[in-house]
Design a protein around this ligand. Structure first.
Ligand SMILES: [Zn+2]
Length: 256
């Protein structure tokens, strides 16, 4: 598992996140059309947009433009969006709308080469906050600052995957998990292990290498001892080793 700033620089090249299942997206499109029609807008089709400021608008030819974060919406979220568009929203509707945006709008950190788009902790299939809460007690002591969590863009190399990484961001600890793991066929214990591994890095600083080299040892004895508190460590590491090739092929196949 790699960590550190160096890897993060490589992330910024593309903002690459898993797409929701196309069948699900088509269902969302129909729900959105129905919701917006119920407020009298004549819309026929949906176009997904990525303008960070506009969540939805009705364009020419009955096109309903919706921000891509709504690909994850359910019926209630889409009805809420339609109410807000209608201009008839009550304060509680506005509150629900803002809550959705805060929850799903990707965050941007860093600048220039180290600029990075992070997707919120609640992914398409795995909620990092939920899983983090399960591994945190393994520390056996309270954390001074609980790290922010997020999904980082999918990055795979020829030889492997950066499963997770951790750093400071705006003075706060941050743990990122490769978004390739936000998928239905990824077991919970694997995502939990990545979070725990990165948390261990935040708790156990790198050790100095022995004697003549000034190389830092990031996975030293103290680190491994701490990491082994995770009960399913062996199963997770086995799974990761066994599936890394499959994940790389899957990802490359999608980008074709
Ligand atoms: Zn590591």
């Amino acid at each position: 598992m790699q960590e550190g700033m160096e890897q993060l620089n490589l992330f910024n090249i593309e903002e690459n996140f898993p797409e929701p299942d196309p069948v699900r997206v088509r269902r969302v499109e129909q729900l959105a059309i129905d919701a917006v029609r119920s407020y009298g807008h004549k819309v026929r089709s949906v176009k997904w947009k990525n303008n960070r400021r506009v969540m939805a608008s009705v364009g020419k030819g009955g096109v309903l433009n919706i921000h891509t974060i709504y690909k994850r919406a359910n019926k209630s979220d889409l009805n809420n969006l339609a109410v807000v568009m209608s201009g008839r929203a009550k304060p509680k509707d506005i509150e629900q709308f803002q809550k959705y945006i805060r929850h799903y709008l990707p965050r941007e950190i860093g600048e220039g080469k180290s600029r990075l788009i992070i997707n919120p902790a609640r992914g398409l299939f795995h909620d990092l906050n939920q899983k983090f809460a399960r591994v945190l007690p393994l520390l056996g002591k309270p954390l001074k600052t609980v790290p922010k969590l997020g999904w980082s863009p999918v990055r795979v190399g020829k030889n492997g995957i950066t499963w997770g990484t951790q750093r400071e961001s705006e003075g706060e600890p941050l743990i990122l998990v490769n978004a390739v793991l936000d998928a239905q066929d990824i077991p919970n214990f694997v995502v939990e292990h990545i979070l725990w591994h990165e948390l261990c890095h935040q708790v156990v600083p790198p050790e100095n290498g022995n004697g003549n080299s000034n190389k830092r040892v990031v996975h030293g004895k103290a680190f491994r001892e701490m990491e082994s508190r995770y009960p399913r460590l062996n199963a997770a590491e086995e799974w990761e080793q066994k599936n890394v090739g499959k994940l790389i092929r899957k990802h490359k196949g999608r980008r074709g």
